[in-house]
Design a protein around this ligand. Sequence first.
Ligand code: CTP
Ligand code: MG
Length: 377
Amino acid sequence: MISAILLAAGTGERFGAKKQFVEINNKPLFSYSLEVLLEFEKIEEIFLVIPLDKFSETFEKKVFNQFSNKVQLVAGGKTRAESVEKAIENLDPRTKLVLIHDAARPLLNCNQLNQLIDEIKSHDGATMVRPIHDTVKRIQRGQKISPVKREGLYAVETPQVFKYESLKSAILFTKNLDEVFTDETTALEHLNMKVLHVPNKDFNLKITTKDDMVVAEKFLQKQLKYSIGLDYHSVEPGPGISVGGVDIACEIQTKAHSDGDVLLHAIIDALFGALSSKDIGEHFPENENNKNIDSKKMLVDALNQFKKHFNIYFVDATITLNSPKISPHRKEIQASVAKLLSISKNNVSIKAITRNGLNFIDFKEGWGAEVILTFGK
Ligand code: CTP
Ligand code: MG
């Protein structure tokens, strides 16, 4: 059996924050590699090692719950080696191979994992490495103190794969030594175990400083997609309307089979659009079951389907309504939509227009909303 350890318990001293929790496209950095580990079917259990003070946040944000029960949280240690040790204590005893990856490297892919597992054979461990092409010098106080020939120099990356018993004995043996090993292959080699070095064909960015995060954003945002959602309803005299989950008292009410929250319907339409999954009317037909149905409930159903495949990055909505005016309620609607979608308020835009007498809406007979949803893996 193969178990994986995803290391995300560092303090990010050089970055200035716990970089693995910085969000790109509304997802913490660590979840990019976690998703790849989950996708890789040969792995049967995954230990996500995070700082103890991040446990509740990780649960709250549903970053963890959305994943299968393959994932277990482990509290990290003071050093990377200690974090590995704590995860190993929890491994299933049937484990034969252990895969270790740094959450600070978000560009992990399944080819790298397959390559290491296929090639480890009689070695105790295998790691991805990158040949160093730059001229290298060791410099102290501005002065070169020793020449370093770049021939044969490699930067050691993760992912790394280990025979379980070899890794366990190397960790146990090296843990009380003064020497600090910044990765497990070095600990194995200290005990003369055999490590295979596999040159990585892919760009395997490691986030260390803020500049690296700028590069990561550029790489990870390539996967953006867009969908559109529309809804229009007529109105009649009444006590008020619901807009994005906010009740607004006014002189009209929406004529609808549901509660008539046109903005939420447009968002739901865009969510189904993202899934290429028919329209809202087919998902919630006009029957007794759905009579006066709460649009928030419809949204939860749509989101549950959507979140199996994608994350929401941005919602831009335009409401078309003559009266009441949306502007006094804009912030409240923005906060409500953000909360319903579990995204930041900064990623929700709510605008409103009239159509200057050009169609039925300005004859006070109806209202509508149009939404563009930006989303991705
Ligand atoms: N890591 C860990 N536990 C630690 C230290 C590091 O799980 N006690 C993880 C980090 O979260 C990261 C990986 O090991 O995913 C590689 O470490 P590094 O890039 O050095 O991250 P930090 O230790 O957080 O950064 P810094 O060294 O700048 O403090
Ligand atoms: Mg470190």
